[in-house]
Design a protein around this ligand. Structure first.
Ligand code: 13P
Ligand code: SF4
Length: 326
């Protein structure tokens, strides 16, 4: 990692060699084997966890992995709604989340009671829920989507149907523009993606004019308008692999850059800055540590449990998403 320029110092991640695994990482791998567990990790997890996970990906890829695994135990290195998603699809498996307090501002911004009240007032409206929501909200929804399939999912909804999109207004607005569908947008947002601004990115664009700006659809509209491409974290990886560019400005949580450095060797990644900081980390995603991962496998806790009525109701829109996005 090197700093560039005096008055503004972007975080530039240059190609590097992989270091050997630590004793703690080896211990986690041994426990994983003993428990017949699978470790699923989101792209925003710390590098030490990503390196020993069986699968690292975006919310859509992780949902498919959770649906397909034969392991007895799923250790979910991500946030609460992701582990819940794995449990919804796998009621008979044990699902562990190394830090049970790893939440999400988007999920918190849409309480199930408020959505239930809206539905009472608008019984004919289809509710499309971004996967970043609680199991109780999923249970009230018609179909789930992720940033990787939101356009596809909206396009499957009959044209004459009114749609409420919850809980991310930025993703909802972007999908609405892309599909031409008018939708009611729930006023929720991701507390870190809203910190990216045109002002914070303008300087970088001047410093690295050859580097495409790749933004996540949870970013504000003005940022999405200035980006060269807008996509889920998984598609960011494939974009960087396929692109002829040598360096990229990554406008999402900085953890994705660990995966990019491993899977797109030889290229350089510049962290999208906020107006106050050269990087942008989700405090919830960073709550999982290697120690907590080891302890969760040792103690088989914290474990995700759900009331069966909520789980069963939430599974319907989730399976619909998996079916529709094939
Ligand atoms: P994806 O990795 O599915 O694009 O989602 C980003 C995110 O913010 C997850 O919390
Ligand atoms: Fe939630 Fe944003 Fe953190 Fe993702 S990055 S878990 S959307 S708060």
């Amino acid at each position: 990692m090197t700093s560039v320029l005096a008055d503004f110092e972007p975080l530039v991640f240059e190609p590097r060699a992989e270091s050997p695994l630590s004793a703690l990482q080896e211990e986690v791998l041994a426990l994983k084997k003993e428990r017949n567990a699978v470790i699923l990790a989101h792209n925003y997890q710390i590098d030490e966890i990503q390196r020993i996970a069986d699968y690292v990906g975006d919310s859509l890829g992780l949902a498919y992995q959770a649906a397909e695994t034969n392991a007895d135990v799923i250790v979910f290195c991500g946030v609460h709604f992701m582990a819940e998603t794995a449990k919804i699809i796998n009621p008979s498996k044990r699902v562990l989340l190394p830090d049970v307090d790893a939440g999400c501002s988007l999920a918190d911004g849409c309480p199930a009671e408020k959505l239930a009240a809206y539905k009472e007032q608008h019984p004919d409206t289809a509710v499309v829920a971004y996967i970043n929501c609680s199991a109780a909200v999923k249970a009230l929804s018609d179909v789930i989507c992720t940033s990787g399939n939101a356009i596809k999912i909206i396009e499957k909804i009959p044209k004459d149907k009114d749609i409420l999109f919850v809980p991310d207004q930025n993703l909802g607005r972007w999908v609405s523009k892309k599909t031409g569908r008018t939708m009611q947008l729930w006023p929720g947002s991701c507390y870190i993606h809203v910190l990216f601004s045109t002002k914070s990115l303008e300087k970088l664009r001047m410093q690295f004019p050859d580097a495409p700006i790749i933004a996540h659809p949870e970013c504000p509209e003005a940022v999405l308008d200035m980006a060269d491409t807008v996509c889920s974290t998984e598609k960011m990886v494939s974009y960087c692999k396929q692109s002829e560019a040598e360096r990229f400005i990554i406008v999402t949580e900085t953890g994705l850059i660990h995966r990019l450095r491993r899977e797109v060797p030889g290229k350089t990644f510049i962290a999208g800055p906020t107006e106050h900081c050269a990087c942008n980390e989700c405090r919830f995603m960073k709550m999982n540590t290697l120690e907590k991962l080891r302890d969760s496998l040792k103690n088989m806790s914290p474990e995700i449990t759900l009331p069966e009525d909520v789980r069963a109701k939430a599974e319907i829109p989730l399976q619909r998403m998996l079916e529709w996005s094939k």
